[in-house]
Design a protein around this ligand. Structure first.
Ligand code: CO
Length: 299
């Protein structure tokens, strides 16, 4: 016969087993906080241009040590061209899903785009959609692109001036090549021109796809009787546009057009992502996102 005290002991054991089994079967234990960084670039298919992205990665690792760094390319076309040659890059949703699977609870996503245009808007919508999914990443913060406020434009215009080729004399013009877009955020390019002219009337910006147009700049160069101009990409990487549309030998490249106008052209194949000073501006935005997920102390 089992004594009453033994019955009591057995039922406690039984209850414990039931509870612990339920806990194991029904609930993942609360995962500890795991924080990381996702860098998002448009991407590039030009191998020589990849150095700019590697430079950004090394500056991020130096400034924010101890945080794992992941990458995504926002351009589907770039990803599929690279995939054809056997190199795989994640899209933003894939990278975030991968990070969720690896147990990340807090992620700072940094846009390496120049303006808050269509690429950035899609990134923001993806981040919103992927925040707070069951068993996903609890907290995602998005860092702004290079230009998104008055302060950014002031800092960027000054950085452009600080990083001009050392050999440039005050009589030489500078023409920056921005990408340009049909998106309303294209206004950042003529906006930046306003800020640049406060610092130097011979520093111009035009874009490949929209305003300001190269023809606007050509007229200004002629009326100011400029003889020599530097040509610089205003894009994170000196990729296809910089190498072909800006510095290429074809007769519709900016170098060919301005040379036919009688100017001496000096193209410089250096993306903003290769310059420590420009990358610092992006990383100031990443710092804000990292503060918001509690991964760095406030400034
Ligand atoms: Co393009």
């Amino acid at each position: 016969m089992i004594k009453p005290s033994c019955v009591c002991g057995l039922s406690v054991l039984f209850l414990f087993l039931i509870l612990s089994t339920q806990a194991w079967a029904g609930h993942d234990t609360e995962s500890p906080a795991k924080k990381g960084i996702l860098l998002v670039a448009f991407g590039t298919t030009v191998p020589e241009a990849k150095g700019a992205l590697e430079h950004i990665q090394s500056q991020v690792a130096t400034r924010f040590p101890g945080l794992p760094i992941y990458w995504a390319y926002s351009s589907r076309q770039v990803r599929s061209t690279l995939a054809d040659s056997g190199t795989h890059y994640d899209s933003v949703p894939t990278a975030l899903a991968r990070m969720a699977d690896e147990g990340f609870t807090h992620v700072a996503v940094q846009s390496l785009h120049t303006i808050p245009g269509a690429e950035f808007q899609a990134l923001r919508e993806t981040v919103t959609a992927m925040t707070g999914l069951p068993k996903g990443i609890k907290h995602i913060e998005l860092g702004q692109p290079l230009l998104s406020s008055h302060e950014d434009l002031v800092a960027c215009a000054q950085t452009i001036m600080d990083t001009l080729p050392k050999k440039r004399t005050p009589q030489d013009a500078v023409v920056l090549m921005g990408h340009g877009t049909h998106h309303a955020a294209n206004i950042y390019y003529p906006g930046l021109q306003y800020y640049l002219w406060q610092l130097d009337p011979l520093v111009f910006i035009a874009t490949v796809e929209s305003a300001p147009f190269l023809d606007d700049v050509r007229r200004a160069l002629q009326s100011r009787q400029v003889q020599t101009t530097y040509l610089l990409p205003f894009m994170a990487v000196a990729g296809d546009h910089a190498r072909n549309d800006m510095a290429g030998q074809e007769e519709d490249s900016w170098t060919s057009i301005l040379t036919s106008d009688g100017l001496t052209c000096i193209p410089v194949l250096r993306g903003t992502g290769e310059s420590e000073a420009f990358v610092r501006l992006w990383l100031d935005h990443l710092h804000i996102a990292l503060e918001r997920i509690g991964a760095v102390a406030s400034k």
